[in-house]
Design a binder for this molecule. Structure first.
Ligand code: AMP
Ligand code: ZN
Length: 469
């Protein structure tokens, strides 16, 4: 049975969707003001692994990830570039989706944008006000944390500690996202995009977005909410306060938080300038496959120290994996099946699920796959792998990779190629016949066709042999 560490209880707990069928998962998505760095992408890869594994366990997955397309940074970026906010955020949203695809991250069920949900945010804010949990000051609306008894239950923060020992009602401050009462709606400033509201023109606070877009698509109670650890406070604490103050129901059953990717002991971040984007790494010649692998080498609740040396190790590990996968379908194997190989693969299958059930132990799962490959190589050398075992082995690799997402292309490619071999052999035979018949035009045509496919022919005394370019 799958167990997940729940930040709310600080325990690892058995997980099942509340309705037994569909896992409702919400993840805080990107702020689309720049390219994501690979620290951000580590968190998105964690979301991907979680959702892939929920599907592996047989559940339907409804995964929602928001796109933050209005905040201080996006507004500032649009102003600097002299384009509209939507034009500005659109380009970075597209880059974000490109990066997800490069890293073989499965698309979420929905990617709602904040600016498409302004009306719903206003409705939720009104509900919070009606329930007595907020107040308005000069066109700004704030959440009153003293009105919500459970404030601090996720992060362990004591409300009294906020704002230097006392927290008082705000008067005309705009931005109090780090401490005490926090903003739900901000009054418009000059030159900034704004929307009409019952409190005058303005724009939503950051926290309210996530409460609205999660509940809009997943209902008042989510099975799982994810993000990196820096979001526990204040962002997620505030999401709970807003949502539960409005609905009176539990907002999230499982809080899953990923640790940071760090560089020399510090969190990778734009503000520290110690970051790589995915594009930086691709430009230096690293493969998406190795980058994804590197992001999976630490358990999600451990920090991952990112180095180029580590990435090179991943390149080598992926090389070994690819060579194995490429070679497997071509091996001349005896017919039938071997007990030893069958048992070894079964053992890997059950170990894989066991480690993944244990709070998504991906490094453990990678270990299971690589150990298996090592042992299978030994069996091959000893003539103990048979053609039926190969089918079972491939089946396991496909299943494991539905979660890991590291070798999908390689597995498909390797399957395609033996079929291609047959086709090539048939064409070579046809060319042989054409030459014997004196039909040199047809013979040349076949050679050209194969050249175009990257196949080089060489006519020898023993007949025609071929190789790939
Ligand atoms: P942002 O685009 O800044 O809103 O961040 C997107 C996601 O990346 C959030 O869940 C952040 O908590 C997460 N994040 C930011 N920096 C790191 C890091 N160094 N390692 C892992 N996750 C991070
Ligand atoms: Zn969020």
């Amino acid at each position: 049975m799958l167990e997940l560490y729940n930040t709310a209880s600080r325990h690892q707990e058995p997980f099942e969707p509340v309705d037994g069928e569909t896992a409702r998962v919400y993840s805080c998505g990107p702020t689309v003001y720049d390219f994501p760095h690979i620290g951000n992408l580590r968190t998105f890869v964690l979301n991907d692994i979680l959702c892939r594994y929920l599907a592996f366990k047989g559940w339907e997955v409804h995964h929602v990830m928001n796109i933050t397309d209005v905040d201080d940074k996006t507004i500032a970026g649009a102003l600097t570039q002299g384009v509209s906010l939507s034009e500005y955020t659109q380009q970075y949203t597209e880059y974000f989706f490109e990066d997800l695809e490069t890293l073989n991250i499965k698309p979420a069920w929905k990617y709602p944008r904040a600016t498409d949900h302004i009306k719903q945010m206003q409705t939720l804010i009104e509900k919070i006000l009606d329930n007595g949990h907020g107040y308005e000051v000069a066109g700004n609306v704030y959440f009153d944390i003293s009105s919500f008894a459970d404030y601090g239950k996720l992060s362990g923060i004591e409300p009294e500690e906020l704002g230097g020992g006392e927290y008082t009602r705000l008067d005309d401050e705009y931005d109090r996202e780090d401490a005490g009462d926090f903003v739900l709606w901000k009054a418009a400033k000059p030159d900034e995009p704004s929307w009409d509201s019952p409190w005058g023109p303005g724009r939503p606070g950051w926290h309210i977005e996530c409460s609205v877009m999660s509940m809009e698509y997943l209902g008042p109670t989510l099975d799982i909410h994810t993000g990196a650890v820096d979001l526990i406070f204040p962002h997620h604490e505030n999401e709970i306060a807003q949502s539960e103050a409005a609905t009176g129901q539990q907002f999230v059953r499982f809080w899953v938080h990923g640790e940071h990717l760090i560089v020399e002991g510090e969190k990778m971040s734009k503000s520290l300038g110690n970051f790589y984007t995915l594009r930086d790494l691709l430009k230096e010649g690293y493969s998406p496959q190795a980058i994804r692998h590197q992001l999976l080498t630490a358990h999600y609740r451990q920090q991952l120290n990112f180095t180029l040396e580590g990435l090179e190790q991943s390149e080598r590990a992926m090389q070994r994996l690819n060579t194995f996968i490429e070679r497997l379908p071509r091996l001349p194997l005896p017919q039938g099946s071997s007990k030893e190989a069958g048992e070894r693969i079964d053992e890997a299958r059950s170990n894989f699920e066991q480690v993944m059930d244990d709070d998504l132990n991906v490094p453990g799962a990678l270990g299971v796959v690589f150990e298996l490959i090592k042992d299978i190589n030994t069996l091959i050398d000893a003539g103990e792998l048979r053609d039926q075992d190969r089918v079972v082995l491939r089946d396991f690799l496909v299943q494991a990779d539905s979660v890991l997402g590291l070798m999908t292309n390689q597995l498909e490619e390797a399957e395609r190629e033996p079929a291609l071999d047959e086709e090539i052999k048939a064409l070579i035979a046809e060319r042989e016949q054409a030459r014997n018949d004196g039909d040199f035009a047809r013979a040349d045509q076949i050679r050209d066709q194969l050249t175009a496919q990257g196949i080089i022919l060489e006519d020898t005394a023993e007949g025609t042999i071929w190789r790939r370019k």
